[in-house]
Ligand binder design. Structure first.
Ligand SMILES: [Fe+2]
Ligand SMILES: [Fe+2]
Length: 171
């Protein structure tokens, strides 16, 4: 097989974390949905779909490279979300954490001189720049708008549009 057992295990663990992120963003989206903040809700529902797509990218890669996929138990998401700022903070922290996880996977690929895995992981490295940046910006806008200004955040999301639905470059 093309992939080492160690890397297949590390990528399998990442599948679990991406699925955990999908659940976390669904929980955040549902919070905004109940608050009738529909743009924030759809923003996070889309993020959730993206995280599942990330998980599937790893699944397909492990299979293509002949590795064994072992999906770990996925911890329950944080559902005690009580403000937009807390939700955005949680999401930013998560993306910073994921950046470290992706870097660690890349370190392992380099250590194993696995150039195929290296090429595959590059997409995720670049994606994290966008993910962290997006959450950073959202948090800043939410803070600036303040508790009573969440409709301004909704306006911001409408103007911002959907720059990277699915995380794939447009065909
Ligand atoms: Fe992800
Ligand atoms: Fe993400």
């Amino acid at each position: 097989m093309l992939i080492s057992e160690k890397l297949a295990k590390a990528m399998s663990d990442q599948v679990g974390r991406e699925l955990g992120a999908a659940n976390q963003y669904t929980a955040v989206a549902a919070y905004f949905d109940t608050e009738s903040l529909t743009e924030l809700a759809s923003f996070f529902y889309r993020q959730s779909d993206e995280e599942r797509m990330h998980a599937m990218k790893f699944v397909h890669y492990i299979a293509d490279a002949g590795g064994r996929l072992v999906i770990p138990a996925v911890p329950a998401p944080q559902s005690a979300i009580d403000s937009a700022e807390a939700a955005a903070r949680l999401s930013l922290d998560w993306e910073l954490e994921v950046t470290k996880q992706i870097n660690a996977l890349m370190d392992l690929a380099i250590q194993e001189k696995d150039h195929i895995a290296h090429g595959f992981l590059e997409w995720f490295v670049n994606e994290q720049l966008e993910e962290v940046n997006t959450m950073n910006e959202l948090l800043a806008v939410i803070r600036r708008a303040g508790k009573d200004g969440l409709l301004l955040v909704e306006q911001y999301l409408i103007r911002r549009g959907e720059p990277h639905a699915g995380g794939e470059a447009p065909a």
